[in-house]
Design a protein around this ligand. Structure first.
Ligand SMILES: Cc1cc2nc3c(=O)[nH]c(=O)nc-3n(C[C@H](O)[C@H](O)[C@H](O)COP(=O)(O)O)c2cc1C
Length: 315
């Protein structure tokens, strides 16, 4: 028995799995590997100029003939030009984060792009549906990176109840049982980030991969609660210093000096001064391998879990 979801038919995927956009990490090469593996690879445009996004899209197109997408960071200073790159290259899917996609919806929809906002609460999902979004990714606070307040388990069913478009679940999913659980809740698929950090094709430094592989369940921490810049990452001197500054009411300039470019530093191996973004599920990520291998492992376990779910029922 194989896992079924309307996402597969609508987006041309083998598996209803998105490799989430990850700044400085999910390049055209990594996205192509995810799409070739049967999921949807997403190139992250965050931190890139429009010209760099165009290069990543071109590389991705060279490496795969499967559908892929671009993750738009709506507060990017070059967002208008980046959207134009998406349109010029007929990129079939975009996910959006960090802002309001309204301004770009008419052009994207007119070009047939499937727009999938990443949302942290029901209100944002309803707004996305009204704007014509094809689906939403409901992302829980367990996730790595920039996060909202709601947990995946509380968020996903409430969003599913509130909208009539497909809902993908994100945050805290790294194995087939969790994927199956999300689909039992009614999710049309899942988006994962942390589990792909350790994949062979993921371009982060080996030290970063090692930190994820060795992480325990309680090894992440969150900074920026109460601001618009809430981040989950593995505990390290940089995150601890940032939290200290928050406690001592350090100035915004001091905090920005510490956080500026910090993910980039971690990606390039700085485990002390970098921001090692990862989700709470890092504690379960113990094996790497290829993106294809990771996806197949997760899907096989999800199919087995769903296939035997009836055993939980008695007479
Ligand atoms: C290192 C890292 C960087 C991320 N960067 C972004 C980003 O730039 N834009 C975005 O929309 N989501 C970003 N995310 C979120 C992922 O796309 C995905 O939704 C999330 O990782 C899912 O939760 P999980 O980490 O528990 O798998 C990032 C996640 C990680 C782990």
């Amino acid at each position: 028995m194989t896992i079924k979801s309307r996402l597969c038919k609508d987006l041309g995927l083998k598996y209803p799995i998105f490799q989430g956009g990850m700044a400085h990490i999910s390049t055209g090469r990594m996205a192509a590997a995810s799409s070739n593996a049967g999921g949807l690879g997403l190139i992250c445009s965050s931190g890139l100029s429009a010209a760099q996004v165009a290069e990543e899209v071109a590389l991705c197109k060279q490496l795969t003939d499967k559908p892929f997408g671009v993750n738009l960071m709506l507060q990017s200073p070059e967002i208008d030009d980046i959207v134009q790159v998406v349109l010029d290259n007929k990129v079939p899917v975009v996910t959006t984060g960090a802002g309001d996609p309204s301004r770009f919806m008419p052009a994207l929809l007119a070009a047939g792009v499937k727009v999938i906002p990443v949302i942290p609460h029901v209100r944002a999902a309803q707004k996305a549906e009204k704007l014509g979004a094809y689906a939403v990714v409901a992302e829980g606070t367990e996730s790595g990176g920039h996060i909202g307040e709601m947990t995946t388990l509380a968020l996903v069913p409430q969003v599913i109840k509130a909208v009539n478009i497909p809902v993908l679940a994100a945050g805290g999913i790294a194995d087939g049982k969790s994927m199956a659980a999300m689909m039992l809740l009614g999710a049309a698929g899942v988006q994962m980030g942390t589990v792909f950090l350790v994949a062979d094709e993921c371009p982060i430094d080996d030290a970063y991969k090692q930190r994820v592989l060795e992480a325990a369940d309680t090894d992440t921490m969150v900074t920026g609660r109460g601001t618009s810049h809430v981040v989950r990452a593995l505990k390290n001197p940089m995150m601890q210093k940032y939290a200290e500054l928050e406690k001592q009411d350090g100035t915004e300039d001091e905090r920005n000096a510490l956080a500026g470019g910090a993910l980039y530093k971690a990606v390039h191996g700085d485990m002390e001064g970098g921001c090692i973004m990862a989700g709470q599920i890092a504690g379960m990520v113990r094996g790497g391998g290829t993106i294809g291998g990771i996806m197949e492992r997760i899907v096989a376990e999800a199919e087995e879990t769903l296939g035997t779910a009836g055993n939980l029922l008695g007479e």
